[in-house]
Design a protein. Structure first.
Length: 417
């Protein structure tokens, strides 16, 4: 169970009129009004996808962040207004150094100067105290607040098809601000963040609950592992059964849905995952193979190994990225209802397209990680500090230890011969 929670971090609309919108109308570029949007974050993974789409739509953007990730991720955008500081009102942008703007001061100054936004998109809120601070500050200056939450807010995952009205996770101490040893506080904290945003801007808040967000710029390698590993050839351990369900959403499809919802001022909680129509673990692995074939290369040879045997090898839920056996307390994990999102216009692209784009992005990402790793080590040495311990930037961050995959495959062959 604790591995699954670790994996989570590494994963009623306001009106019937909004629900009745057709996908075509919801996505109609020609009907859009130019909006002024403040994005809290915007330079990591989901944020850049939102920024890129919003700029194409002609919206006017302001980004608020610490100014750090844009340097390491290469996501510094032109044609946007940039404000700097820290989501925590008590910290500086350069925390722990008392340098740079403090807290929300630059946003506060903009609000006092009369700046107004049509919408705020919060991609970086994890602690309710911090979300409360930004939402309350922005309440008189913004018409709509879209908070990016998570499917991990739910208390249980044992029932397939559960929707937005399912019970949420809670904390014995709601003031805790740490994720916990196994990230067990992540979901309940996000639920409290939703409540903080709604309390600050009642009736004007959208709480978007995605599951696994996948695609280019994903630092976790959770989903990326499968197309990249498939492209590496050899024998590849594939867990479970081809019929196991799986849910995920391409980061650009999520970004498009959020912007569509912001343009229509959709409010309330909504599960936003995919693919629309559902898919299986086998279909996802097939999509990985298709993406490799598009590159005119031979992919890995699949070795399917059932969940019960993997459990004997200490490869239970959450160890192999994204895969969760659909049984017991996880029977509904990859089977959340997304009916509301689909009715509101959610569309998702083929998994093979996402996988192919990941494979095209991956070589450059290895170069970026290698460069950033060297820069961080050199900076520490220059300051007379011990260089930080960092993983091999050329390896997938979710890969099994060297030789472990081959050993498990060998053990399975020995058992079944």
């Amino acid at each position: 169970m604790h591995h699954t929670r670790r994996e989570f971090i590494k994963v009623s609309l306001a009106s019937s009129a909004a629900l009745a919108l057709t996908p075509t109308l919801l996505a109609g570029v020609e009907r859009r009004k130019r909006l002024r949007i403040l994005i809290l974050g915007g330079t990591g993974f989901l944020g850049p996808a939102i920024v890129e789409d919003a700029l194409k739509r002609g919206h006017e953007l302001t980004l608020f962040n610490r100014g750090k990730r844009e340097k390491t991720k290469g996501t510094s955008f032109d044609d946007v207004t940039k404000l700097y500081g820290n989501r925590d009102p008590n910290k500086h942008a350069e925390d722990p150094k008392p340098e740079g703007p403090k807290g929300l001061e630059q946003i506060e100054a903009a609000v006092k100067a009369g700046t107004k936004w049509d919408a705020v998109i919060d991609t970086s809120g994890y602690v309710p105290r911090i979300v409360k601070a930004s939402a309350e500050l922005l309440a008189p200056a913004a018409s709509h607040y879209a908070f990016v939450s998570t499917l991990s807010v739910y208390a249980k995952n044992d029932t397939p098809g559960m929707g937005e009205d399912a019970p949420l996770g809670t904390l014995a101490d709601p003031t805790v601000e740490t994720m916990g040893a196994q990230f067990e506080n992540y979901g309940p904290l996000k639920a409290l963040c939703e409540q903080a945003a709604e309390a600050a801007m009642p009736g004007r808040t959208l709480n978007v609950r995605p599951g696994y967000i996948v695609g280019v710029r994903d630092d976790t390698d959770r989903f990326s592992y499968w197309p990249v590993r498939t492209s590496q050839g050899g024998e590849m351990l594939v867990p479970g059964s081809p019929d196991d369900p799986v849910q995920f959403i391409d980061v650009r499809d999520l970004a498009a849905f959020i912007l569509n919802a912001v343009e229509r001022k959709v409010t309330g909680p909504i599960n936003v995952c995919g693919p629309v129509g559902g898919t299986t673990w086998g279909a996802l692995i097939d999509a990985c193979e298709q993406s490799v074939r598009r590159m005119h290369r031979e992919g890995a040879t699949k070795v399917w190994i059932p969940a019960d045997f993997l459990a004997t090898q200490e490869l239970g839920p959450g160890i192999l990225p994204i895969w969760i056996p659909p049984e017991g307390e996880y029977a509904g994990f990859h089977r959340r209802s997304i009916d509301k999102a689909v009715k509101a216009g959610l569309t998702t692209r083929p998994a093979a397209d996402t996988c192919a784009e990941i494979l095209g992005w991956w070589p450059g990402e290895i170069e970026r990680r290698t460069r950033v790793t060297k820069e961080m080590r050199d900076a520490a040495i220059a300051e007379g500090k011990e260089p930080p311990k960092m993983s091999d930037p050329t390896r997938l961050r979710t890969a099994l230890p060297e030789g472990r995959e081959a050993a498990v495959i060998a053990a399975w062959r020995e058992k079944t011969k």
